[in-house]
Write a protein that binds this ligand. Structure first.
Ligand code: AR6
Length: 174
């Protein structure tokens, strides 16, 4: 289902989609990168909802995702996905990254989301090599879409380099 995937160079907070995905951490306590940008643009209600989830279930384990409203953003929801910290590649990082994408998509389907935008999860502060991450992300999303009602998945790439890497992986995707 690669035809339902779009690659866009830009800032995730500007996307007009039903849901945007945050590259969060397991304590859901905010941070830099995508997380900082989303919390800044979305306003305090997102942080407040994250705090309630944290109190209820103690955060969000790596490879999982939780959903909140999107405050002042154009989207309806923010899906907070927790990707793995890169530790050399032999610590289940590939599966945990795949899982972060799949769990986000499952939540999206549950909430009847038709359009969703992902950042390149784990490839910033968490250090996952972007070439490897791009292949995994595009493969699992494309496979997942076969059985899903989601109409469009956007990957929002922040740099020219990341856009090129994802474009190459997209071309190679069957
Ligand atoms: N829109 C789209 N992509 C962006 C944006 C943006 N506004 N800002 C950065 N990127 P990162 P991670 C790119 O570090 O590696 C946070 O502190 C960025 O260039 O945001 O999963 C959290 O709280 C990179 O390519 O996420 C966690 O503690 C990609 O998004 C930790 O960082 C992901 O970079 C998560 O680290």
């Amino acid at each position: 289902m690669k035809e339902r995937i779009k690659l866009i160079k830009g800032n995730i907070v500007d996307q007009e989609v039903d849901a945007i995905v945050n590259a969060a951490n397991s304590s859901l306590s905010g941070g830099g990168g995508v997380d900082g940008a989303i919390h800044r643009a979305g306003g305090p209600s997102i942080d407040e909802e994250c705090r309630i989830i944290r109190e209820k279930q103690g955060g969000c384990p790596t490879g999982h995702a939780v959903i909140t409203g999107a405050g002042n953003l154009k989207a309806k929801y923010v899906i907070h996905a927790v990707g793995p910290i890169w530790r050399g590649g032999n610590h289940n990082e590939d599966n945990l990254l795949a899982s972060a994408y799949i769990e986000s998509l499952k939540l999206a389907d549950e909430y009847n989301v038709k359009t969703i935008a992902f950042p390149s999860i784990s490839t910033g502060a968490y250090g996952f090599p972007v070439e490897r991450a791009a292949k995994i992300a595009l493969r699992v999303v494309s496979d997942y879409l076969e059985g899903s009602n989601i109409k469009e998945v956007r990957f929002i790439l922040f740099s020219d380099k990341d856009y090129e890497v994802y474009s190459k992986a997209y071309e190679e995707l069957e």
